[in-house]
Design a protein around this ligand. Structure first.
Ligand code: ADP
Ligand code: MG
Length: 753
């Protein structure tokens, strides 16, 4: 950053004006220039004062009749009250300030007899129409004549994210004060000249001017586009550098054993109770080929819920073990880690009983390492990992701990990556002498540009095919206030249980007296990464109706189901993140075994839980969950041969976005379609935030779905620039912008940790 941009605002604005901005985190000129308007007011139309409508944004040409400053007895501070007239009708102008002195500039300008344009939203106070803190241009003061006053007032009005202490017009004034004297030299451009020329983009300074002081709507639109491109470009350049750095690294090649030479993978494939889907084969070959190279694989495996990513990952792990290495599988929660260990052991059978009686001679072992192991179990797992007896080590973030050593870590598989940060991936990779291969699996399909933004340093493989033999899932919306439907829900659950199947009942809260979101935060805090906060995607009720019934809670619902006549004699289990790990384990086990065939839980069952006999899922307050979360939840059923039934209990009023979400879910099981819709309905911050990519702070304007074309071209351009100049020695401004962004990511990561 140039000295000019890093100057504190006090130097230009003075302490009084800069102080409140500083409280908003705007300390330097650069900070303020990056504080972009949230939207733009349409220049008001010139209005006949007789016709002013309450709430309307107007511009009136009028003459000042009077202006007086007086203290406010009731509220403290001071008030400037002016009256303007068009000759027949009057309009009041009101300005508030803490001190009378702050009103002096207005008082000086608003002299009786002067005329000008006044712009604001019409309100009413004690029967008088007024504009509060209007923007205005005075002829002979701010403009030479009527015409220039008019042109001044016909500009779009930038509306900034503001606070009560610093209203938007104060920010606007501050921005203009710092922006006006800047030259091209003061505002270096991370986008290289040749890229800018090729794409016909304005300079950074021009873009800032267009965004902050637009003359017309096209100005700020073009300015924004250019700044969005810049965000995408810096991000893609950072990712391109990351890719090129990894491509330089060495890895141990882990080629597959030639046919006929046996090994775990061959034995596993021979014993596999099903045929791999075409997609599983193709992606498997891709991965096998990459593992065989002496460069670290960096691959993202995304796939539809239930498409069978685990088998693909396991086969990759077995190839690595056959080649003498170990694999680590990182899961976001203890429940999921434990389940992965169980699943892998079950799938491997005797192959996972290396060194045990009855185990295969060349078998390996699956070690589970989580934060809650007792000392003895932990010691054994650590020894198995360090000694190499465990070919596969499954764990939560506990795997990142310093004491965890591997004999020869060859492959890191990260499951359900959206809960993990880039830094955690790096911490695990640092445990190998040479860079291990990396396979990241996402829980749900994600649109292409999101993959490019959030996982841009990885190459993507996609599984779209669902294994044959699934009977599919039917989903219905159930209105919560219809008792007949709700009775039918429990009858249906009963029928399924009687047929030997299982039902999940998902609720957004744990305790009935918790206040939803707030309790989520509490539950999330102090539990570090072992437990995902269970309400991650809870959305605000649309329309904010206060008449809504409180959200349903696990403990309350479990109790009422135990008293539900239709479920008499059926054991109802509970599962939530505040339970002790051993209790969670046993709840899952009793459910899986069918002893407690109804499980009331939070979204802790969202990711990856795999009980093939589960056929029914009842989701309470479904309208309060995010789309991808519901899709993920729904993926827990219909995993076996029996068809799944998902009942979305909703209190959403028809026609609201919440109702639209739930209906969309009932209408399709296509994850890509839902993911795109989800993005359209949610804000960007949520998307990237949920991805925990650490990139939220550096993206202010970019929208990953709508700006797909920008992201595409930014990626192409950035890759070109980095390929030609990997160290960016020729592009110091870009290099600096990347460094700033990485610092921000680092900071966010440290704050989270
Ligand atoms: P996800 O991609 O959602 O993680 P999983 O890997 O958990 O899906 O697989 C879902 C279920 O499908 C598991 O029970 C798994 O054993 C089974 N499965 C995987 N591949 C196949 C296949 N090719 N044919 C039949 N069943 C399969
Ligand atoms: Mg999975």
């Amino acid at each position: 950053m140039t000295p000019r941009l890093s100057e504190p605002l006090t130097a230009t604005l003075g302490k009084r004006a800069a102080g409140p901005l500083e409280k908003m985190g705007l300390v330097t000129i650069d900070d303020l220039l990056r504080h972009y308007p949230r939207r733009y007011g349409e220049p008001g139309t010139l209005t006949d004062m007789d016709r002013l409508q309450l709430g309307e944004h107007v511009t009136v040409m009028a003459r000042v009749a009077s202006a007086t400053v007086r203290p406010m007895r009731s509220r403290g501070g001071a008030l400037l009250q002016a009256t303007v007239t068009d000759g027949r009708h009057e309009l009041a102008l009101t300005f508030f300030a803490k001190r009378p002195g702050a009103l002096r500039p207005h008082e000086d300008k608003l002299r009786p007899g002067r005329s000008g344009l006044f712009t604001g939203v019409v309100s009413e106070y004690r029967g008088t129409r007024q504009l509060t803190h209007p923007d205005y241009v005075l002829v002979g003061v701010d403009a030479d004549d009527d015409e220039s006053a008019l042109s001044e007032a016909s500009r779009p009005i930038p509306i900034y994210p503001a606070t009560a202490a610093v209203p938007t017009w104060r920010i606007q004034r501050a921005v203009r004060t710092v922006l006006d004297p800047l030259t091209e030299d003061d505002v270096p451009d991370p986008v290289p000249d040749e890229v800018r020329t090729r794409l016909a983009l304005p300079t950074r300074l021009d873009a800032l001017r267009a965004v902050h002081v637009p003359e017309a709507a096209q100005d700020w639109q073009a300015g924004r586009r250019r700044l969005r491109f810049e965000e995408a470009f810096v991000l893609q350049a950072a990712l391109a550098q990351r890719r090129s750095a990894v491509a330089e690294q060495e890895a141990t090649a882990r080629p597959p054993r030639p046919d006929g030479e046996g090994g775990l993978l061959a034995d596993f494939d021979a014993a596999l109770p099903f045929t791999l889907t075409g997609g599983q084969r193709a992606v498997g070959d891709e991965i096998a080929g990459e593992l065989a190279r002496p460069r670290p694989m960096q691959r993202l495996l995304q796939g539809e819920v239930g498409s069978g990513k685990t088998v693909v990952a396991l086969r990759a792990m077995l190839q690595v073990i056959d080649a003498g290495g170990q694999a680590a599988l990182l899961a976001p929660t203890e429940v999921l880690a434990a389940q992965h260990a169980r699943t892998l052991r079950a799938m491997l059978g005797p192959l996972a009983e290396g060194g045990l009686l009855g185990g295969a001679a060349h078998g390996t072992r699956v070690a589970l390492l989580t934060g809650s192991l007792d000392a003895a179990a932990r010691k054994e797992a650590l020894l198995d990992a360090a000694g190499g007896e465990a070919g596969i080590v499954v764990g939560t973030h506990a795997l990142l701990g310093d004491q965890v050593q591997f004999a020869d870590l060859g492959l890191v598989v990260v499951d359900e990556q959206h809960r993990f940060g880039v830094e955690q991936r790096d911490a695990l990779r640092a445990k190998a002498r040479v860079a291990p291969h990396l396979l990241v699996m996402t829980a749900t399909p994600i649109p292409r540009t999101v993959a490019m933004t959030v996982f841009g340093d990885l190459t993507t493989s996609t599984l779209t095919e669902i294994p044959a033999g699934r009977s599919g899932i039917t989903s219905h919306v159930v209105p919560a206030d219809n008792p007949r439907w709700m009775q039918r829900v429990w009858e249906k659950v009963r029928e399924e249980v009687d047929a030997g199947r299982r039902a999940y009942v998902v609720c957004p809260r744990i305790h009935p007296d918790d206040d939803g979101d707030a309790s989520a935060r509490r539950a999330g805090a102090g539990q570090d990464f072992d437990e995902v906060p269970e309400f991650l995607e809870l959305t605000e009720p649309d329309g904010g109706g206060t008449d809504r019934a409180p959200l349903r809670a696990v403990l309350e619902v479990a109790e009422s189901l135990r008293a539900e006549p239709r479920l008499a004699g059926v054991e109802v289990g509970v599962l939530h993140g505040q339970m002790a790990p051993a209790d969670k384990e046993s709840a899952m086990a009793r459910f899986a075994a069918g002893q407690a065939p109804v499980l009331v839980s939070t979204t802790v069952v969202e990711v990856g839980v795999d009980v093939p006999e589960a056929t029914v899922m009842v989701v309470f307050d479904a309208d309060r969950f995010g789309i991808s979360q519901l899709h993920q939840l729904r993926g827990r059923i219909g995993r076996g041969a029996d068809p799944g039934l998902c009942l979305l209990v909703s209190t959403a009023r028809p026609g609201t976005p919440a109702a639209a979400r739930v209906e969309a879910l009932a209408a399709t099981t296509d994850g890509f379609e839902l993911a795109t819709l989800d993005l359209e309905l949610r804000s960007e911050g949520d998307v990237l935030g949920a991805a925990q990519s650490g990139r939220t702070s550096s993206l202010r304007l970019l929208r990953v779905v709508q700006d797909a074309d920008l992201i595409d071209s930014a990626r192409t351009e950035a890759t070109g620039v980095v390929d030609a100049d990997p160290g960016l020695g020729q592009h110091p401004v870009l290099a600096a912008a990347i460094a700033v962004q990485l610092d921000a990511e680092q900071e966010e990561f440290l704050e989270r940790a």
